[in-house]
Ligand binder design. Structure first.
Ligand code: ASP
Length: 440
């Protein structure tokens, strides 16, 4: 029997990249070579490209509220395990939240340094209706009211109007109570877990049509403004990569030195294979086993700690994702001429930190929860159109940072609690077998 001809397998990442290139090319051709008129403007740019592109954005918006709600309820319900670990669990939680808030701050600073969206005015392209998700998007509200609005007067109304901070508050409450009530509320617990699975499935289905959405969104953007859109996109990408590098190579290294008193370069060297795994899968969840194994075998971190803190981190601690969101906020605000003041920046830090809790550790979810960060300060969702095309590469990179953040916090907490064997950490050959397994 003759050999079957091999089919070229492109995969989602490849398809999105191809769609990105084709959308860009098509838009540029429309902008420079096709004369303006009904066919170009009404049929294509403001017809097909607009409807399909916006349809895709709406599909993503549709996921936000149920996805974030379920993910937080499920994430918070696992916090109940802190009882068994006592203060270690709470310390880890505090570290996770602080490093994420720090990550957003780094991102906002680098965004304002690089100014990725300066020089291009896209305000005329605002079309999406953000009102359905803008419960907390009133930029005139004072800081005290913004804080107060986190507590919903009516949780159902908060869910219906997409008031994200209030939703997160309520979801955290439900999750924590679920965990404390244990078996008595098993059915409800299972319901949320299964609903969460449904949302995950729906997300991957929506992502399946992402190449078409990306093509139309980019074609329309470039048809409208030509090559002017190119530079901001590249600057945004570099901004995110730079902020991720700062978080990983400066913030984490300083934290390890100060709080764990270990050699951060040694840590990085031993951990790089886990980062590469996360990079290639863009999935924190899939990296959990390797992360725990590496921390134990190569660093000497007590498994009883990491087996709790690493899965928790993969669910609620997404420093890399919140970095992307911080730079995206600055980028979009500049593109669309939206002024952000200290109150808005504080809101972004709070929302992105909480969005990190609601971001599941699977590919592309950070892009979905980004719309809730945008809505919290009234930014148009059109900004996501440009970002989406190049998101896959950034997703891979930020996932590597996400799981590094989990490992750094775990190491610090373990070391301070006397649950880390420094002899293992200092042994350059410790855990070699892990690399052999991977290479085999
Ligand atoms: N892919 C990321 C992770 O799994 C989540 C995201 O930012 O989309 O950690």
């Amino acid at each position: 029997m003759g050999e079957k001809p091999k089919r070229l397998h492109i995969g989602l990442t490849g398809s999105i990249l191809i769609a990105l290139g084709l959308g860009l090319l098509c838009g540029v051709i429309f902008h420079y070579l096709v004369p303006a008129g009904t066919v170009r403007d009404d049929v294509f740019v403001n017809g097909i490209f607009y409807v399909v592109g916006q349809g895709f954005i709406r599909l993503m918006q549709m996921l936000v509220v149920p996805l974030v709600f379920c993910s937080i309820v499920c994430g918070a319900s696992s916090i109940g395990d802190t009882k068994t670990l006592g203060t270690i669990g709470l310390k880890t939680l505090a570290f996770y939240l602080c490093t994420t808030a720090l990550a957003v701050t780094v991102a906002l600073s680098i965004g304002n340094l690089i100014n990725p969206g300066r020089g291009v005015d896209m305000s005329s392209m605002v079309a999406s209706d953000t009102s359905t998700l803008s419960g907390s998007a009133n930029t005139d509200v004072s800081f005290t009211d913004t804080l107060l609005n986190i507590i919903p007067k009516n949780p159902i109304q908060a869910l219906a109007s997409g008031d994200m901070l209030a939703i997160i508050f309520f979801a955290l409450f439900v999750g924590i109570i679920l965990s404390t009530m244990g078996r008595k509320v098993e059915v409800v617990h299972r319901f949320f877990e299964q609903f969460n699975d449904i949302m995950m499935k729906m997300t991957s289905m929506v992502m399946y049509v992402a190449p078409i959405g990306v093509f139309c969104l980019l074609a329309r953007t470039f048809a409208n403004i030509g090559f002017d859109a190119f530079l901001p996109m590249v600057k945004y990408m570099l901004g995110v990569l730079l902020a991720l590098a700062v978080q990983c190579l400066v913030v984490y290294m300083v934290l390890l030195t100060v709080f764990a008193r270990i050699n951060p370069m040694k840590f990085l060297k031993k951990f790089v294979s886990v980062m590469m795994f996360a990079f290639s899968t863009a999935t924190s969840n899939a990296t959990i086993p390797l992360n725990i194994e590496t921390l134990e075998k190569k660093m000497g971190v007590d498994r009883r700690i990491s087996s709790f803190t690493i899965p928790l981190g993969a669910t609620i601690n997404m420093d890399g994702t919140s970095i992307m969101q911080g730079v995206a906020v600055v980028f979009t605000a500049q593109l669309f001429g939206v002024q952000l003041g200290p109150v808005e920046y504080a809101t972004v830090i709070a929302t992105a930190t909480l969005a990190s809790i609601g971001t599941a550790g699977v590919p592309s979810v950070g892009l979905i929860t980004l719309s809730m960060v945008f809505n919290s300060v009234g930014l148009p969702l059109e900004g996501i159109a440009l970002i989406m095309g190049i998101d896959r590469i950034l997703d891979m990179t930020r996932t590597a940072v996400n799981i590094t953040g989990d490992a750094v916090c775990t190491t610090i907490v373990a070391k301070r609690a006397g649950r880390m064997d420094t002899d293992v950490f200092n042994d350059p050959d410790a855990g070699r077998e892990l690399d052999d397994v991977k290479a085999a």
